[in-house]
Design a protein around this ligand. Structure first.
Ligand code: NAD
Length: 349
């Protein structure tokens, strides 16, 4: 019952559950809002410690997708899928195809794509059972890895923040501390290095650390040490909940801007950042490049150049959010919500 009250209080339309013992599937799909269009959002494959934690995660992520697409100006609603499994050892074709039948059962109200723990191969298996999937590999006629455009979008948000804080959007000579060096961080790092920024990187995965070590001039640190790094920009590019009462007091940066979804552990953490004078680029504004990219696949005739051009607008949206936060005396996270809500309210009307 707790969940139902939570859903009602936060505007959630639907939470669907699918189990399949034979295929080893326990999964959830949360559809938050379909006012602007079908609910599009990735499928996360992750073993949460409890079902309650998994449900809360998928609900929060689905709502973030509504806000992300609304703020990015896309005709899409917000949804998210979650398969409770260890992505390194539990995945099978039978599991993903069973989950694909779950997606199909929702009749297009939910469109899935990749998220943490999922791969292009997984999307191909899902696509054997449903057409409501985007982010397929280019070899299968899809738009390929969305992280390329996501990284570009995060870079645009960083430039907009830099312009606000230092009066210039150049990142030359700036130090960026990156938490996580996966798909998006790899794309982002390319833009940062080209712009002349210095990188400090951590990752819990040895392979990712090895890839990061190949970047000229990079400094690698232990995962727990990343919050203490003296830098200009802290970029959370791993999982959510990393901005919290323990981490925020440690940060030694002027800007927080990264790719991770739901970076704040609680609703109070944006106030914690603001109180410390740290400018926060709201996560769903900065990381909208991924959904922008798959939207162009969903709309048909995918062109990376068109997706990149639209993701370039993240610079202007970030500036709009910062200006609104100043004008209304609210945090940037609140201003980002206001930008998305204004669009939803107009559509409702
Ligand atoms: P990924 O799985 O490729 O990379 C995440 C990396 O973070 C991995 O290398 C992992 O080892 C590392 N990591 C996990 N926990 C860590 C910790 N505590 N400390 C340091 N490193 C840690 O994922 P990705 O596609 O690069 O996405 C990164 C984040 O951005 C996720 O939160 C994702 O939801 C979000 N995001 C991704 C996209 C996209 O296009 N892929 C779009 C929007 C948002």
């Amino acid at each position: 019952m707790e969940f139902i009250d939570y859903m009602q209080a936060h505007g959630h339309q639907q939470l669907a559950v699918w189990t399949d013992a034979e295929a080893g599937v326990k999964s959830f799909i949360a559809i938050h809002d379909t006012t602007l269009g079908p609910a599009l959002g990735g499928t996360r494959i992750w073993r949460h410690p409890t079902d309650e934690a998994a449900i809360m995660d998928v609900l929060r992520l689905s709502r973030a997708m509504t806000y992300k697409s609304a703020a990015a100006g896309l005709p899409l609603g917000g949804g998210k899928g979650l398969i409770v499994a260890d992505p390194r050892k539990d995945k099978t074709e039978a599991m993903l195809r069973s989950y694909g039948r779950f997606v199909e059962s929702l009749g297009g109200r939910y469109i899935t794509t990749e998220d943490v723990g999922a791969t292009g191969q997984d999307m191909e298996w899902i696509a054997k059972e449903t057409s409501h999937v985007v982010g397929l590999p280019q070899s299968a006629g899809g738009s390929g890895n969305p992280a390329v455009v996501t990284g570009f979008g995060v870079y645009q948000a960083m430039r907009a923040c830099a312009e606000d804080v230092w009066g210039s959007d150049s990142l030359e000579g700036r130090t960026v501390a990156m938490q996580g060096f996966g798909n998006v961080a790899t794309s982002l790092a390319g833009y940062l290095v080209a712009a002349g920024a210095r990188l400090v990187i951590t990752d819990i995965d040895a392979g990712a650390r090895e890839r990061a070590a190949a970047i000229e001039g990079v400094t690698l640190v232990e995962p727990d040490a990343i919050y203490d790094v003296e830098c200009d920009i802290f970029a959370p590019c791993a999982l959510g909940g990393v901005l919290n009462e323990r981490s925020v007091p440690k940060l030694r940066c002027a800007i927080v801007c990264g790719a991770a979804n739901n970076q704040m552990a609680t609703d109070q953490d944006d106030n914690r950042l603001a109180a410390r004078g740290i400018l926060y680029a709201p996560d769903f504004i900065a990381n909208a490049g991924g959904v922008i990219n798959v939207y162009y696949e969903y709309a048909g005739d995918y062109q990376e150049a068109a997706a990149m051009e639209k993701a370039g607008n993240i610079y202007a949206t970030t500036k709009q959010v910062i200006a609104l936060s100043r004008e209304r005396g609210i945090t940037t996270a609140e201003a980002a919500d206001a930008v998305a809500e204004a669009r939803l309210t107009a559509a409702h009307a």
